[in-house]
Structure formats: structure tokens, C-alpha cells
Design a binder for this molecule. Structure first.
Ligand code: PAF
Length: 283
């Protein structure tokens, strides 16, 4: 498997492929790869001639220094994981921080019609400026035809779509379904850090999302929210940060339900010191 750190070398290889009219698919990641990532790579392989997987723990999207320090970094294992696909059309780009940021490790400022202020934006100030900065820089290096993002980070997906529209980038952003463990826990690199006790309780997040979906069919969003908050209060191992039912395109919290609109429920919760997020389509 080809693993490149040097962006000029990568650009050279990719422009040769582009000159042969080949489509490049791109899967940006922060490493600690799991089956969720692999499913993005597999889809990208089906739809493109060549797939670049970036592995880069982006410092500017962490508002909490401890979280950045603890984020798993497992490059050798990630390379093995991608090798298990046995497809030599996969190319790994694993830059160092200064390859992306030089000596100014800061994000640019973006505005996404308010999408950036809800949920993750509210609880992780500056997070989406960091995400948009790195994704834009990676897009400039890789120049993909299509880029693949999981719906677990649904707000991120909407923000990347908005970034591409705003900057008129020639990239199709493809949203892919959430991959779950057998017990329902959404796959995440952070799951590696869960203690045994917290790993046992973490699937309750998805259980509660599924129950809230059923309840949303018959009671108001406010009542569902009350129910979810009461449910979490009884689970000592999990601490709810937010539960929000929002309109799926704008992420505006639902006031009055409309049959014409699509809604999703979003949760962020701590399992010990590990912050987990998940979401579900409600209608
Ligand atoms: O979803 C992630 O892993 C990251 O936010 C991304 C898109 C790779 C940007 O660092």
C-alpha cells in the first residue's frame, strides 16, 4: 500500500491519474480506522478509479487540548486495516501538522448560515472552523471528484456540503449511512477509549434514539426531549450533553411538527471522559 506524507509527491501522482481521465475518490479521516471508515473506502472504490484516504489528526478542530492529546494515533494499524481490502487503488496520505498548516496552526473563519452554531458548534466552539479549514486544504491537495463522509457526523456533513457550495468546489459530497456495532453503538474511533463499564452502557444511546423515534410519532418534540433527559438521568454511566430534535436540512430545532419536513434527533453524551455522538432520522 502506498503511504505518502509529502503533498507535492501526492499531487504529482494524482495529476498523472487525472490526466488519464481517472476519477479520484477521497475519504478524509483522523485515523484509528474501523469498519465504518472501511465502508466509506469500499463505496469510494466502487464509484471511482482511485481512492485517497487521508489520516490526519487535525489540531484546529479540537477545542479541548486534552481531547486532542488523547485522540488515538494508530498509523501502522490503519495501514494494515486498509491493506486488508487488498486493492492497490487505495493511496494513503498521512501528512504532518506543518505539511498542512506550516507554522500557523490556526483555522480560517467560516460562516454556514447558522449551521455552525447549533449542537456541536455550540458545545465545541471553533470546531467547524477547524473542520472546514482542514477539509478545504485537503480538497485543494487531493482535488477529488467525490468525497465521502459518514452521517454519524451529520452536522459536519451539512457543513461540508455548504462549504463546497459556497466556494464552488468541483467535488460531489457523498453522505454514507452510520455503521454500528452488533449492539447498536455507532462506530467511532473514540470507542477504543471506552472502559469496559462505559462500553457496556454506551449502546443505550442508540436504544434511546430508537425509542425517541417511536415517541416522536405520537408526542411533541418537547415531550420527547423531557423523556430522554429523564431517561439519561437514571443512567449513572452516561451524562447527556444535549438531545435535540431538529429539521434535517437547517438543523433548526423543531417548534411545531410539519409532515412536509424531515427531522432528525441528535445526542451528545459522555461515557466517562469519552464524548460520543449519534443521531437518527425520525420520519
Ligand atoms: O470526521 C472526521 O474524522 C474529521 O472531522 C475530518 C472530516 C477528517 C476532518 O478532520
Amino acid at each position: 500500500m502506498r503511504v505518502l506524507q509529502d503533498k507535492k509527491k501526492l499531487s504529482g501522482i494524482l495529476s498523472d491519474h487525472r490526466n488519464q481521465e481517472q476519477n479520484i475518490g477521497f475519504v478524509p479521516t483522523m485515523g484509528a480506522l474501523h469498519d465504518g471508515h472501511l465502508s466509506l473506502v469500499q463505496r469510494a472504490l466502487k464509484e471511482n478509479d482511485l481512492v485517497v484516504v487521508s489520516i490526519f489528526v487535525n489540531p484546529t478542530q479540537f477545542n479541548n487540548h486534552k481531547d486532542l492529546k488523547k485522540y488515538p494515533r494508530t498509523l501502522d494499524r490503519d495501514v494494515e486495516t486498509l491493506e486488508s481490502l487488498k486493492d492497490d487503488r487505495v493511496l494513503i496520505f498521512a501528512p504532518a501538522v506543518d505539511d498542512i498548516y506550516g507554522n500557523a496552526v490556526t483555522s480560517e473563519k467560516f460562516s454556514f448560515n447558522g449551521l455552525e452554531h447549533a449542537m456541536e458548534g455550540k458545545f465545541r466552539p471553533g470546531h467547524f472552523d477547524g473542520v472546514a479549514t482542514v477539509v478545504h486544504r485537503l480538497f485543494q491537495i487531493v482535488k477529488p471528484r467525490r468525497a465521502y463522509f459518514g452521517k454519524k457526523d451529520f452536522q459536519q456533513l451539512l457543513i461540508i456540503k455548504s462549504l463546497v457550495k459556497q466556494l464552488k468546489l468541483p467535488v460531489e459530497v457523498v453522505g454514507c449511512e452510520i455503521k454500528r456495532e452488533a449492539d447498536g453503538l455507532a462506530m467511532s474511533s473514540r470507542n477504543l477509549r471506552l472502559s469496559r463499564k462505559h462500553r457496556e452502557k454506551a449502546p443505550l444511546i442508540y436504544e434511546i434514539l430508537k425509542e425517541s423515534k417511536v415517541k416522536f410519532g405520537t408526542i411533541s418534540a418537547a415531550k420527547v426531549t423531557e423523556w430522554v433527559e429523564a431517561r439519561f438521568a437514571k443512567i449513572a454511566a452516561l451524562e447527556l450533553e444535549y438531545f435535540i430534535i431538529a429539521e434535517a436540512n437547517t438543523l433548526n430545532p423543531v417548534k411545531r411538527k410539519s409532515k412536509k419536513k424531515k427531522y432528525r434527533a441528535f445526542i451528545a453524551a459522555y461515557a466517562g471522559d469519552v464524548r460520543l455522538i449519534d443521531n437518527i432520522a425520525l420520519n
